[in-house]
Design a binder for this molecule. Sequence first.
Ligand code: GTP
Length: 684
Amino acid sequence: FPPSRVRNFSIIAHVDHGKSTLADRLLELTRTIRKDHGQPQYLDKLQVERERGITVKAQTATMFFDYPDVASAASPSFPNPSGQPGPTAEPTPKPALPLSRTVVNPPPPGFASLLATTTDSVPGPGPGLGPGPGPGPVSVPVAGRGHGLSKGAGVVGRYLLNLVDTPGHVDFSYEVSRSLSACQGVLLLVDACQGIQAQTVANFYLAFEAGLTIIPIVNKIDQPNADPERVILQLERTFDLPASEVLLTSAKTGQGLHALLPAVIERIPPPGGDPLQPLRMQVLDSFYDDYKGVICHVAVVDGSLKKADRVVSCSTGQSYEVLDVGIMHPELTPTDVLLTGQVGYVITGMRSTQEASVGDTFHHAKCPVEPLPGFKPAKHMVFAGVYPANGSEFEALESAVARLTCNDPSVSVSKETSGALGVGFRCGFLGLLHLDVFHQRLDQEYGAQVITTTPTVPYVFEYADGTRLDVQNPATVPARPTSRLVKAMEPVVTATIIAPAEYVGSLMTLCTERRGEQLEYSFIDSSRALLKYRLPLREVVTDFYNQLKGLTSGYASFDYEEAGYQEADLVKMDVLLNGQPVDALSSIVHRSKAQRAGRELVGRLKKVIDRQMFEVTIQAAIAGKPIASETLSAMRKNVLAKCYGGDVTRKRKLLEKQKEGKKRMKRIGSIDVPQEAFHQLLKT
Ligand code: GTP
């Protein structure tokens, strides 16, 4: 496959607009996976992805598509509950440009077996390696720019398409921007009922600023309340995307899908690298496999890579032998070679994913190259302490954290010690959902029972003696500093909110209460408004999204991006249990809100901390002075109190539940504090 026969594209959309479902359909359409694989959202492989129905990790799949042999690709019938004409009933589109010239292009050795499988009608996944008929003549255009194929051309023959499925949630937009670096185009998917949402806007600009070709798609047209015309107008008005370029699909019924891959070939340009130049290969991602070791997900920008080649990392100078190389079809499929413009995997015997830093460039030994521009490092928006629920399990936690961060390098980790919780880690995350997913993966994939402390945003404190404190943990801020605090800075974000016009008033009130500053107020159509606000990040992570959804009956969508720091009047608030400060419960608050936050917090803590055998005073204090106080009277909670009669199984269940709950308790002094207490700060 010369670069002219390769297309790298991604699907981007607001959460739940159907990316993963569409990816499944495309994999089925190209017979990369079986229709009856019995596993919806094939590319969502992690347990948390399946449980939560969200994509967390971007995934790539390579497909082969015969252009313009659309009718045969689309012919397997899709379930079509609507009874409307399916893809088979629709006409086959013509290629945009005629074939320019056909030459015989000898295939690289490793592809022979792979092509043999894809040329034969293979019913399902799996490489099915072995001798085959081999590829026939491959059409290569000779005219046009770049690699001979200008944008808009589509030459009859077989194409290699790399599809990158990306996460939709704002926390994972880092994954999106990284995935886009390997693509030349995107399918911008919009739900035909919901229309443009906040992340549609954010993702559009990510792709637009990266200079990618954008194919707008209105999906879910099978839904009874679908209004594709309205969405087409929104796309025109908001992004200047002409109505004539919009494709209409239903990833559920298969309607309209026949036109999609031809549009990818016709509209998205091939990758622009040079096959004759020395190898330049970029690491897009890496993950650890218990059997195979570190697997790097790479894009070959120039030149080509073969099995047994020796490659060198530009960043470390370390050299490695290529033990295995191939494509994701959609599982790892060895091909022995990766050519210019292709996306695939490489195994080199690296021991840890730290050796395969994301964005690094590799070249052939003895052929040094200029490294490719790396990726912007992930920006950590929230930090939290991660501690073993049982103090003696620190080593086990350390190994679990190390292994998980191998597969999720966007988490930052450093060791810390808390007076209340013992030895643990301070971790930086891209957002609250990311933290939640990390916590869940530690538990599910590595069996690590942990306590996570209240997430905090990173502040900066500057003192009169010139010292500067980067505050990732509020406990590190001295309650009575030796030098005067001259400046406190907090991170801010630019938030985009899209909502029906009738909610604008209450949304403005909410943003003002959250110390927001309005930047833009416009309409994307006659009934939906777009608001842009600069907001302190702390206000956004403290229950903002739930309030926003509540105020607008779920009709508002929200997205944000970091926008630097601003000066703010901040103070440290401590929590004292029976007079003892609990470092893990400290927080930084705006002075104007400290009183209210203190009262709310002690009230909430009183509700979640079980009564003890003795009385417990819960206080919030600033610089040692209490600002709010509550008392928890003595008495141990009896979980069986409400369990009348003698149903033994029910009693046992309750006791087991209590035992389970206890695992997540921390004994602070002599007081048992449940995990839930550490999350109450977020709600105040
Ligand atoms: P994230 O990965 O969380 O960003 O979501 P996503 O955009 O990948 O959405 P997903 O494919 O998980 O689809 C969300 C829901 O919409 C699922 O319940 C799908 O079954 C449903 N869905 C997707 N496409 C269609 C469609 O064309 N029509 C209908 N009616 N439902 C669809």
